[in-house]
Write a protein that binds this ligand. Structure first.
Ligand code: PEP
Length: 251
């Protein structure tokens, strides 16, 4: 089965209600059909964005999920609650969760499992820090992060999930991996999956994230193993985000 481009916006903790409404309205009005467009928005705006996306091709995503199912976990939001709000996709293991909130590979794997249990599609973020890249540990780190999820849920769960390679040094810094650097890690991730199951490796959608902008998106998306992007800063501006979406073509 041919893979489809995906462009997912991660608004992080930005904006207010009126911005969420205007941004969503502009995106749904002009989202191209060459990519699946997903908006990963702050919890309080999920249902507003859901309503604006109803009967459009734009899908709703959340930015985090609890590793717990239910119960006395004050402040947490479960997969089933996200489903109730119309969420289809959820980020797990974003580098800000790993590095600012100390989420371990095992916790990320547990969150991945909760997402699939609830019928959500996880967007699993992987990526190395600058120090790790400079000490040639990129492959080691990315394969360790991936393996933690494979060990927890099995490789089959990755056939329908989305993987996002996001070098930490490129997130929100204006530094972007070159198309060659990004393609090399994407090919490595696909090869890691292929060692376990070639057909799952072929089906897996692998996005690139890290300072993707309208002017570098097409070059990045041209990589044979790059199936679109996870976009932070540039997803807060409708014109920039739509230009990135338009940098995809039919796969
Ligand atoms: C992100 O937050 O996932 C991201 C890629 O951010 P930015 O595009 O701003 O680097």
């Amino acid at each position: 089965m041919a893979r489809q481009y995906i462009v997912a916006g991660n608004w992080k903790m930005n904006g207010r209600l009126d911005m969420a409404q205007q941004l969503t309205a502009s995106i749904v009005a002009a989202a191209p059909d060459s990519a699946k467009v997903i908006l990963c928005v702050p919890y309080p705006y999920l249902t507003t964005v859901r309503d604006l996306c109803a009967k459009t091709s734009v899908a709703l995503g959340a930015q985090n999920i609890s590793e717990q199912k239910d119960g006395a976990f004050t402040g947490e939001v479960s997969g089933e609650m996200l489903r109730d709000c119309g969420v289809e996709y959820v980020l797990v293991g974003h580098s800000e969760r790993r590095n600012v909130y100390g989420e371990s590979d095992e916790l990320v794997a547990e969150k991945f499992a909760r997402a699939t249990d609830a019928g959500l599609t996880p967007i699993l973020c992987l990526g190395e820090t600058l120090e790790e890249r400079e000490s040639d540990k990129t492959d080691l780190v990315v394969s360790r992060q991936l393996q933690a999820v494979v060990s927890r849920v099995g490789v089959g769960a990755l056939a329908t999930a989305v993987i996002a390679y996001e070098p930490v040094w490129a997130i929100g810094t204006g530094l972007t991996a070159s198309p060659e650097q990004a393609q090399a890690v994407h090919a490595f991730i696909r090869a890691q999956l292929a060692q376990i199951d070639a057909s799952i490796a072929e089906q897996a959608t692998i996005l690139y994230g890290g300072s993707v902008k309208a002017d570098n998106a097409a070059a990045l998306f041209a990589g044979p193993d790059i199936d679109g992007g996870l976009i932070g800063g540039a997803s807060l501006d409708a014109d920039s985000f739509l230009a990135i979406c338009q940098a995809t073509t039919k796969k």
